[in-house]
Structures are given as C-alpha cells and as structure tokens.
Design a protein around this ligand. Structure first.
Ligand code: F6R
Length: 604
C-alpha cells in the first residue's frame, strides 16, 4: 500500500526517483510525487493520477539535485487529489515527508496542532508528521531529535522518509511497514524504499531495516540507530533478483509474463527439495522438527488464502488436524503451545496476516512464514521462514506465486504428516513426487496449447462467471473467480460444486458461464452439479484431462495433461489465469494495476 523511495548522493535524483516509483507502482497508483533538495530549498512536485502524469508535469521544469524522496499512493485518508498526494510539507515548507502506513492517532495530533495555528492543506493522516517535526524544531530541537520525538508520538504503522531544507540528508524510520536501504558503497550512494525492486536498477546490496530503527543518510554516510539511540550494525545482503527479472520483457503485461514464468518459478520452488527416493528434503525443517505439534492452522488473505486452503486440504487427507482461516477473521481461542500457525503471504507484508501471526505468537503458537520475500516482516517475525522462491511478482494479480505457494505447502504437508503422531504420510510418495517434479513440464504444455483466449472471446458478453470444484479443486475454483473478477471487473464467484444447489443456482441464467473443474477423483458428482446449471441455460466450460467423459454436456473444454489428482488443480489454475487475462485484455482493463487494488496491502 503506497511505495516510498529516497536517493542520496545521486547524479540525477529526479531520474532515479521516477525510475524507483515506476518500479513501485504496483503498490499504489492513484497519485505520485517527488521532492528534491535544490540548493537551499526543497522543490516539491506532485500530481493525482499515474506516475506517467507526474512525469509529464515535471518534464518542462525538472528540479536539479542529488538528494530526494518520492511516493506513489494508494489512498486511505482522503481521495486521490493533488493536495492529498505525497510528499507533504510543514507550515513553512522546510520539512518534507513521504509515508507508507496509517497514523492511527492523527486526528488528535492534528487538532492539537491546528489549535496552535498550524494550517493543514490535505485530508491525509501523513500531513501531521511534517507539522509535528516543525513544531519540535520551533521548540529548539535539532532535526534528529525533532524527528525521533515526533515518531515516538505516532501510533500506527509507518515507513517514513523526511528531508529538511538546506541539508543533503534523508531521515527515515519504520514501524510495521516495510523499509529497505540500498547501498552503493563505491559511489557513496544510498537508496531507501518500501521494496527492493525500487532500486534494483542501481544496486543489489540491501540492508533490511527493523521496526524501531532510525536511519540517517547523507552522501557517503549511513547511520542506523535503534529505539534507545544506540548505533546498530545491520548486515548488508546481496539480493538474488535482478532488474531484468523485474522488467516486462517481451510481454504486454507483467501478469502474462508471470503466468508464462510458472514452469521456471516452480522449478526454483522445488529445486533440491525432493529426494530421488520420493521424500521431502527441506533444509529449514529436518525430520522431527514438528514432533510436538498436534494441530496446524493456516492464516492468509486473498490468493494466499486459497493456497492455504489447498495446503490444509492436503494435510487433512494425511490425517493431520488442519484449518485455514482468513487472516482478518483469525481467532486464537484454540491455540495451545502445540499449535503450529503457518502464515502464507507472498509479500510477507500483508497487515492482516502479520497481525494474525503476532496474535498466534502471543497465544503461544509456534509459527512459520511461507513467503516469497526474503527479509520481509513475516519472514523476520515468524519463528521459521520457508521461502517459495518464485522470483519477483509485479502484476497486482498473484499468479506464479500461487503455484509456488501450493507446491511449497505440498512439501511442508508431507514433512508434517511424517512428524506428527496423528499423520499418515502418503504411500504413493514416489509416484506423487515424481509427478510434482514434472509440473513445470506440464505447465509448459498447457501454456503452449491453451485455447483460453478463444474461450474468453466466446463468453465475453456473458453477465456472470461461476467457478466450481470439490476437494482440492475448491480452492482453485475460488482462485479462478478471484482472478477473474479482480482484473475483468465482471461478476464472478467461486463455489464448492455441491453448494450450487444450496442457493447460488438461483443466480444461474443463460447469461452465465460455469467453469467446472474435473481434475480430481469426484468428477461424477461435479458433473451432476454442472449439469444442474446447464439445465438452467448456463454454458459449461470443463477443465479436464479427459475430454471424453465430459464432452456430452460441456460446451467447451480446456484441456490439461494427465497427472496426479492432488496437483492437477495447479494445471487447471493456469488455464483459468489465462482465461481471466485474455478476457480482461479484450475488455481493455488495466491488467497489471486493477482499479482500487494494490499489491501489498499494509493496512488492516
Ligand atoms: C489477488 C492477490 C491478493 C493477495 C492478498 C494477500 O490476486 O494478489 O488477494 O493474495 O492481498 O497478499 P500476500 O500474499 O502478499 O499476503
């Protein structure tokens, strides 16, 4: 939710800030702005709309400077207007701030400051920060003191970067919102950002900032202090992602690129984690790690929740008590010291998930974060981190990370079924894991032969799109519907096949399409449910490895290669991703940045 960037010691601060903002645009894209230290003044440029609009605005008047901050916004307080865009400035304009997060007590701070004569220009929570810092400067504090004192007075979550006119410096702090420092030691340059891709064009050396840390950067100098004011050293890490991986390459959209990357990303996910004799080898979790666990609960949101549901289904099948809960609905009543809570989060920064993770820890559970982002909040806060290794995902709609999450959870489920007393590890493990290793190959086959584009076109004028499946097809049905509605803006819903007749069937008309999953072992039952919809006039699209058994009633078939039923859902999911993509493209939607959404949702 919102992206911040800062650069220090740059030859072209404006150019680097704009590149950084473009790389962060997936975090928010309703307004953007930059501020650059320009001699003794700070030049601020901001604009409602996309970064391209900001670029046009400043093209005729580019401020010069080597130090600057920038922001791309996903509105929380106040609509996307020029005034509400960041950076925000203090009364005199000498303090300038960008912020990601939510200041929960901004109303009381604002009223106090207004009572003292400070005039606010926006409806944002953020604007209290520059005024508060100026207030402390006016009382005689130096900048560092004023900033730290102001930050201490804030409740809520923040990654904040601040400049004061006349100083070639950026000050920053974080609490519950991500902040990373990019280091180019040789050139004495530094970057601050919400996420690593912001500065990958300039450096791949990174320091992950911890909650409560303060950062002070000037050309050639970086000072980190903790809450108590002690200077702290944090490791500089080299990131494995490169700028090319985060580019769009030959594709029109990141989403299509990421769908097409799934064979490679899955190979990375699985690489080295399956032994020749069909066992799981997770260096993070050697056999026996979870011996004391007696039940497992997954917490996650959106697409990650669907992956979690898939994971929970697999665990239940192997005799392990497991549940999956939407993180914002999480309740710790059943947590004991023998609970294992697994937070599934691509970004590792989703506020609802992090908050549930903390609640689980407070209640005594052992925790694991299953995430894509090394050094993310979830990875650092959970007792253990298990990386899905999918590589950077920029499109707001999650695609390759869903496949990698499911594959990772499949491995983890096997380890848990071995470790837990109640578990009954799968007996078909050799066959199963050999099929799992072939998934990348099967995915390439789906990508090469899919007729999803034609299917999208055929049903473009329908009014409702339903997705049904049972067992582990159910999470795929939910995911198919989420992807479809999210990027096409059309009405789409996912159901357990058996539930159609308990209510949703009333919605089915000849203007409906029912995407029906036939990848598992209960095809006959789903077939009956799909036929019930067909009788009411709906078109049926069957996703199956066996066109023969469904061709009598399905209007259209999307074919997948034959594989183990426990993983066939992932192949069906690729077909559904493609249908959503092509439909959205034909409807001319903003595929990589769907309206009202953002990739990283750091507010509850
Ligand atoms: C949908 C989508 C979202 C995310 C959700 C959780 O395509 O991407 O539903 O899955 O916001 O995000 P993470 O996985 O980062 O916790």
């Amino acid at each position: 939710m919102c992206g911040i960037i800062a650069c220090v010691g740059s030859d072209d601060a404006v150019g680097e800030l704009l590149t950084g903002l473009e790389n962060l645009e997936y975090r928010g894209y309703d307004s953007a702005g930059i501020a650059v230290q320009n001699g003794n003044n700070i030049a601020v440029r901001k604009k409602a709309g996309k970064i391209s609009e900001l670029k046009e605005t400043i093209a005729s008047d580019v401020p010069n400077g080597s130090v600057g901050i920038g922001h791309t916004r996903w509105s929380t307080h106040g609509p996307p207007t020029d005034a509400n865009a960041h950076p925000h400035t203090s009364q005199t304009g000498r303090v300038v701030v960008v912020h990601n997060g939510i200041i929960e007590n901004y109303e009381s701070i604002r009223s106090q400051l207004e009572a003292e004569g400070y005039e606010f220009k926006s409806e944002t929570d953020t604007e209290v920060i520059p005024h508060l810092v100026e207030h402390h400067l006016d009382k005689g504090m130096d900048v560092e003191q004023a900033f730290k004192t102001a930050v201490d007075e804030l409740d809520g979550s923040y990654a904040v970067a601040l400049m004061v006119d006349g100083e070639d410096k950026v000050y920053a702090a974080r609490q519950d919102s991500p902040l990373v420092v990019g280091v180019d030691d040789e050139a004495g340059r530094f970057y601050l950002a919400s996420d690593v891709p912001a500065f990958l064009d300039f450096t791949d050396e990174v320091i992950y900032i911890e909650d409560g840390d303060f950062v002070e950067v000037s050309p050639g100098s970086l000072v980190l202090t903790d809450r108590e004011g002690n200077v702290v050293e944090r490791d500089v890490e080299e990131v494995e992602w490169n700028a090319e991986e985060t580019g769009k390459g030959q594709y029109d959209h990141y989403m299509l690129k990421e769908i097409n990357e799934q064979a490679d990303s899955l190979s990375n996910t699985l690489g080295g984690r399956i032994t020749d004799d069909g066992d799981v080898s997770l260096e993070e979790f050697p056999p026996g790690t979870f011996e004391d666990v007696d039940h497992v609960e997954f917490i996650a949101c959106g697409t990650s929740y669907h992956a979690a549901l898939y994971g929970a289904t697999q665990l239940q099948r192997s005799g392990v008590r497991a549940t999956a809960t939407i993180a914002s609905e999480y309740d710790t009543s059943t947590v004991t010291e023998n609970t294992l809570t697994i937070a599934v989060t691509q970004s590792g920064e989703t506020a609802d998930t992090i908050s549930a993770l903390r609640a689980a820890q407070d209640a005594g559970a052992e925790t694991v974060a299953v995430t894509n982002v090394v050094g993310s909040s979830a990875a650092r806060e959970a007792d253990h981190a298990l990386y899905i290794r999918a590589g950077p995902e920029i499109g707001v709609a999650a695609t390759k990370t869903f496949s990698s999450q499911v594959a990772t959870l499949t491995l983890l489920a096997h380890r848990l079924s071995q470790d837990l007393e109640q578990g009954t590890p799968r007996e078909d493990n050799e066959e199963f894991f050999s099929e799992l290793e072939k998934l990348p190959e099967y995915i390439n086959e789906v990508l090469a032969t899919s007729t999803a584009e034609a299917v999208g076109e055929k049903y473009l004028d329908k009014e409702s799109y339903f997705f049904i499946g049972r067992d582990n097809e159910y999470p795929v049905a939910l995911e198919g519907a989420l992807k479809f509605k999210e990027i096409t803006y059309e009405h789409a819903e996912g159901f357990a096949s058996g539930e159609l007749k308990h209510g949703p069937l009333a919605l089915v008309t000849p203007k409906s399409v029912v995407f029906s999953l036939f990848t598992g072992e209960n095809g006959e039952k789903t077939r009956k449910n799909a036929e019930e919809a067909h009788t009411r006039g709906a078109d049926i699209v069957a996703i199956t490895d066996d066109a023969e058994s469904v061709h009598e009633f399905a209007d259209t078939v999307l074919h997948i290669p034959e594989t183990h039923p426990d993983i066939a859902g992932l192949l069906a999911n690729v077909q559904l991703q493609l249908v959503s993509y092509y439909t959205a493209d034909m409807l001319d939607r903003e595929i990589d940045k769907p309206r009202n959404l953002a990739k990283s949702v750091t507010v509850e």
